[in-house]
Design a protein around this ligand. Structure first.
Ligand code: 5GP
Ligand code: ZN
Length: 119
């Protein structure tokens, strides 16, 4: 499984730096964002180092699918499944991607406002 020794999320996956994990299976791990923007703000990441959606291939099919399965379970366990939540994947500069290891944000716990910044 590909990993980048300098990647903060690879280090979290490997347990080399701490994170408040809320879900883990053989393909993905989910943990609280260190700087939560909403009452519930969880990051769901593939264990394999995939830089961004630009790098997704058929080889990542299971891991990418599992992100949604994990998101559903995290939504239930954090209590936002019924009130609603937003799943977001930032890719590249215009989206403001900061960590170059593909990740899905799960935001919830309050009304989330417009989907994108108005033009
Ligand atoms: P992006 O802007 O790349 O979509 O989001 C990266 C997210 O990772 C940000 O919300 C940021 O707060 C979070 N983050 C960055 N470093 C760490 C870390 O070391 N631990 C945790 N739990 N979250 C982090
Ligand atoms: Zn990584």
């Amino acid at each position: 499984m590909a990993r980048d020794p300098n990647c903060v999320f690879c280090k979290i996956v490997a347990g080399e730096i701490p994170a408040k994990k809320v879900y883990e299976d053989d393909l993905v791990v989910a943990f609280h964002d260190i700087n939560p923007r909403t009452p519930v703000h969880i990051l769901i990441v593939p264990k394999e180092h995939i830089v961004s959606a630009n790098d997704a291939t058929e080889a990542h099919r299971d891991a990418l699918g599992q992100l949604f399965i994990a998101a559903r379970q995290v939504a239930e366990s954090t209590g936002v499944a019924k009130t609603g939540y937003r799943l977001l994947v930032n890719n590249g500069p215009h989206a403001g991607q900061e960590v170059m290891h593909l990740h899905m944000h799960l935001f919830g716990g309050q009304p989330l406002g417009p989907m994108v910044m108005p033009r």
